[in-house]
Each structure stands twice: as structure tokens, then as C-alpha cells.
Design a protein around this ligand. Structure first.
Ligand SMILES: Cc1cc2nc3c(=O)[nH]c(=O)nc-3n(C[C@H](O)[C@H](O)[C@H](O)COP(=O)(O)O)c2cc1C
Length: 282
């Protein structure tokens, strides 16, 4: 068994985190992760309302008595998200561990600290990690450019970023982005990390609520980056929408003659489907 500052601090068996994944990190999945001795995070925003989040926390508790937390991802959104209400639901549910990502957790820290909630912040640069430490986070997950989801705009891979973060910080540093097995864990520990945090690898597990066909594709497809023009870079699995981009979307629209009158929705769909080639139409 491997003991680190992370396992001691959180009372978990293994220095392994299943970082919050939108729509994947459900009650059943997070409870499975917790029961295996690692740490899982429910994703608050998977639930449409703070009330639903409260119920999801209760459902998780019904399935495990081991530690787990809630991920609060703070990102720009066309539809305003009631973040303070989600934070209140987390606190009122008695959750003692939160994973924040997207933006600095600073505005929420006084509320979390008052309620005895520990915050682990996930970020993509040493600068942001130092800020997280300064505002009272108990640990940071440092996300290299390999990471799925939003890997930051700096293009620094884990191999370079992790040792820099370890040297700069006093609080535990958890390696994130591109880790998928025991070799990665050993390498991260050798570089001074207190554990690893994984997304994609957990998404490929039997317990993840993801279609089996998609799990099979992990070994076959490369990941792709998009949305770079909007400083909202995202890494996803390569897919037909990305490959065919605008042309596919526009031909679908013409063939089906779908009437779209909601310009907000239209912009959103174009953003998603056209991605980097979005600007051609405007
Ligand atoms: C399907 C999926 C959904 C994700 N959703 C979120 C999210 O809502 N919030 C977040 O902070 N990170 C999210 N992530 C990123 C992961 O939490 C994690 O940082 C990343 O997957 C680590 O890189 P790896 O996939 O190489 O292990 C998501 C990742 C995946 C694969």
C-alpha cells in the first residue's frame, strides 16, 4: 500500500483520484471509486439544480461510507449557473471535500472554510497553483496539456509542469493529465507528486456510465483540440463532427430543413459543431 500526504490527509487507501467528469461522475460511479479505496468527485453541474445535487449526494452516501467529494467547475456559460446555490447545497449536505476547476475558488473560500470544507483546486499553471495555495486550498491537481477537457492554453505537458509545481508549492501536488496506470503513478510519485488524478482512464472502466462502443474506441482514436480561437481550448476524442466540421452540420441543416429561430441556440450549435472554423460564417 502506498501512503502519501494525500492519503493521510483525506483518509483514503490509495493516492488516486477520479477527477470530476461531467455526466460520468454519477452517484453509482463515485461510490464505486470510493469503495475501491480511491477518491471520487461527483460533478455538481451534472445535476440540473442544487436540489438535485443534494439528492445525488444522499444517493452516493447510500452506496458508500468511504470519503468522496463534489467537483464544482466554474466556467463561462451562455446560461448563468447559480454557483453560490450549488456551493450552499454542498455545504448544507455536510460534504467536507470539494474539487474546484475552471476559475479561482477564492470567492467561495470563506464559505467553505467556515463550514470546514477542504478545497482541492485543479489548475493548469504553477501561477494558478500558487494562488490556490495562497487562498487556502489544501492541495492542487496540476493538469498537464495531455488532460481531457480543458487543458489550459499554455501547452505545457505534465512531465514539465509537474516538477515545477512540486518545487514551487508547499501543499500536496497531485499529477493530472495523461496518467492511466501504475507506471504513471510511480513516475508521478518519483517526480514528487503526492498522487495522481485521472479522467479518461476512469471513463474506460466497467463502472463508468459510458457506452461500451465509446470505451472500445479509447485505444483506437487520438484526441483532438478545438475551440482554441475562443481561448476555451478543449481536448476531446476525435469524432466525426470535428473531422467534418461545418460542412457536415450545414448539409444536415439543409437536408432536414430544420427551422432554427433561436439565435442563441444556433450560435451554440455552430460553436460546438464548427469549432475552429466557426469564424468562416461570421
Ligand atoms: C468526459 C469528461 C468530462 C469531464 N468533465 C469535467 C468537468 O466537468 N470538470 C472538470 O473539472 N474536469 C472535467 N474533465 C477533466 C477531468 O476531470 C480530468 O482533469 C482529465 O480527464 C485528466 O486528464 P486525463 O483524461 O488524461 O486523465 C472531464 C474529462 C472527461 C474525460
Amino acid at each position: 500500500m502506498i501512503e502519501t500526504r494525500l492519503t493521510r490527509m483525506l483518509g483514503i487507501q490509495h493516492p488516486i483520484i477520479s477527477s470530476g467528469m461531467m455526466r460520468v461522475s454519477t452517484a453509482e460511479f463515485v461510490a464505486s471509486v470510493a469503495n475501491s479505496g480511491a477518491l471520487g468527485f461527483l460533478t455538481a453541474l451534472t445535476l440540473p439544480t442544487p436540489e438535485e445535487l443534494t439528492k445525488e449526494i444522499e444517493r452516493t452516501r447510500d452506496m458508500t461510507d468511504k470519503p468522496f467529494g463534489v467537483n464544482l467547475t466554474i466556467l463561462p456559460s451562455l446560461k448563468p449557473v447559480p454557483y453560490p446555490e450549488y456551493a450552499a447545497a454542498i455545504i448544507d449536505s455536510g460534504i467536507k471535500l470539494v474539487e474546484t476547476a475552471g476559475r479561482s475558488p477564492e470567492p467561495f473560500m470563506p464559505h467553505f472554510e467556515k463550514a470546514g470544507v477542504q478545497v482541492i483546486h485543479k489548475c493548469t499553471s504553477v501561477k494558478h497553483a500558487l494562488k490556490a495555495q495562497a487562498v487556502g486550498c489544501v492541495a492542487v491537481e496540476i493538469d498537464g496539456f495531455e488532460a481531457a477537457g480543458h487543458p489550459g492554453e499554455d501547452d505545457i505537458p505534465s512531465l514539465v509542469l509537474l516538477p515545477r509545481a512540486v518545487d514551487a508549492l508547499d501543499i500536496p501536488v497531485i499529477a493530472c493529465g495523461g496518467f492511466s496506470d501504475a507506471r504513471g503513478l510511480v513516475a508521478a510519485l518519483a517526480m514528487g507528486a503526492d498522487g495522481v488524478s485521472m479522467g479518461t482512464r476512469f471513463m474506460a472502466t466497467v463502472e463508468a456510465p459510458v457506452h461500451d462502443n465509446l470505451k472500445q474506441e479509447f485505444g483506437n482514436r487520438i484526441s483532438v483540440l478545438s475551440m482554441g480561437n475562443f481561448t476555451w481550448l478543449i481536448r476531446t476524442l476525435g469524432n466525426m463532427y470535428k473531422d467534418q466540421g461545418c460542412e457536415w452540420f450545414m448539409s444536415e441543416m439543409c437536408e432536414n430543413s430544420t427551422p432554427i429561430i433561436d439565435t442563441t441556440k444556433l450560435t451554440f450549435f455552430l460553436l460546438i459543431f464548427c469549432q475552429n472554423r466557426f469564424y468562416l460564417f461570421f
